[in-house]
Design a protein around this ligand. Structure first.
Ligand code: ATP
Ligand code: MG
Length: 377
């Protein structure tokens, strides 16, 4: 039994969000052969080949709040419900309470009566190891009376958020680091479909470095309902910046190119915004002054969900979503080749423009976009 979260708050357009949620749950359950249907404010999955595996997969679907492995029963067979409740609780010890909920208001017992009757039935048969505590129980035996009765005593938290695709589309600048996968996850969690853009400086960055980013994208794709990755060749642009621009400004100029190219790809993909893993003050190119200079080259909104996060908190988040171990593999990123000794932290626009003047911007960008390799995950 799958419960949704924030979709509850929707008014007239709730059906739109529910339709998207069911579609995403259905995709996730498909490899397990499960039947998926929506009924009475719950999504149900039945007949799956590997229930534990299916639950783990569905727990990653944005929009799903929690999952309970439930037993479905004929609601008129109250004796059967009591027996089943007993079977569920027998193996447990400590304190418990029964929590009944009826959406069928014509049921012959109301919720407090169900609680009392089932509670007594279970207690009298397990008095040596179970006790009732209605305030702070260790176990909650839930009984939901809908078109059928549903019993469960375990509830697993799931990803939360909104179903992917209900919040539009955005392009994520995905490096091999810790931050950008987390930034992408956060925005995807709000229902946004992602397309990823990665800059690769072969042969200065290796095939391993590229594979690492694809591995990260693969992890993200499980949450994002698939992920298209543009691997953009960046070597020529970096070489020219290195040769022609003032050394202290090379990182910033390079970052301006990253933004411009990402915007071009976003337009091609009909995405409406860019996402980066930047956080104020983390590195020289992320001071307020530096961020302003990289922001101004694009007109799309740029979302930086980690802007106010400490690195340590981002690392914690990365561990939670399962990207951390891959992110810390020691392969170089294009940002770490050609690094200036003293990157400008308070850049002067005149210096940036003076450097950029020497580059054939349109041709460089067009070549990079045209030669991007597209990987569908
Ligand atoms: P991260 O930890 O995500 O790698 P970072 O700490 O390396 O980021 P920067 O190198 O300044 O910081 O990059 C800032 C942001 O720019 C990244 O979060 C990412 O969104 C984007 N970015 C950096 N390198 C790349 C790259 N090679 N390809 C695509 N985007 C990149
Ligand atoms: Mg970073």
């Amino acid at each position: 039994m799958v419960r949704y979260g924030e979709i509850y708050l929707k008014g007239l357009n709730r059906p739109y969000f529910l339709k998207a949620l069911v579609k995403r749950v259905r995709e996730a359950a498909k490899p397990f052969g499960g039947q998926v249907w929506l009924h009475d404010a719950r999504v149900f999955i039945s007949d799956m080949s590997d229930p534990e595996g299916c639950m783990a997969r569905v727990a990653k679907v944005f929009g799903v709040h929690s999952i309970a492995p439930a037993i479905e029963m004929e609601k008129d067979d109250f004796e059967g419900i009591c027996q089943q409740a007993n079977a569920l609780m027998q193996g447990l010890s400590g304190t418990f309470k029964v929590e009944a909920r009826r959406s069928d208001k014509h049921y012959f017992l109301d919720s407090p009566q169900i609680n009392a009757k089932v509670g007594e039935y279970v207690l009298t048969r397990n008095e040596d190891h179970l006790k009732v505590d209605v305030r702070n129980p260790e176990h909650i035996l839930s009984i939901e009376i809908r078109d059928q009765a549903y019993l469960y005593c375990r509830v697993y938290p799931a990803a939360g958020g909104m179903p992917v695709g209900t919040g539009g589309k955005a392009a994520l600048l995905l490096s091999g680091g810790i931050d950008s996968p987390v930034a992408g996850y956060m925005i995807a969690k709000r229902g946004v479909q992602l397309v990823a853009v990665h800059y690769h400086s072969f042969p200065y960055t290796s095939e391993f470095a590229k594979q690492k980013v694809l591995d990260l994208a693969k992890i993200l794709s499980e949450y994002c309902c698939g992920l298209k990755v543009y691997v953009v060749p960046f070597t020529e642009i970096q070489m020219q910046i290195h040769e022609k621009c003032p050394e202290d400004y090379t990182t910033l100029i390079m970052r301006r190119y990253m933004m411009r190219i990402a915007e071009k790809i976003a337009e091609k993909e009909e995405a409406l915004a860019l996402i980066t893993g930047e956080s104020v003050g983390q590195v020289a190119s992320q001071t307020m002054e530096a961020l302003a200079t990289t922001n101004e080259v694009v007109h799309m909104p740029v979302f930086r969900p980690l802007i106010g996060f400490d690195k340590i908190d981002i690392m914690e988040y990365a561990r939670k979503i399962g990207t951390y171990e891959t992110s810390i593999l020691p392969y170089e990123d294009c940002c770490t080749v050609f690094t200036p000794r003293h990157p400008a932290t308070k850049p002067k626009m005149a210096m940036i423009l003076k450097g950029e003047e020497k580059l054939d911007q349109d041709a460089l960008i067009q070549t990079a976009v045209d030669n991007a390799e597209v990987v569908e995950l």
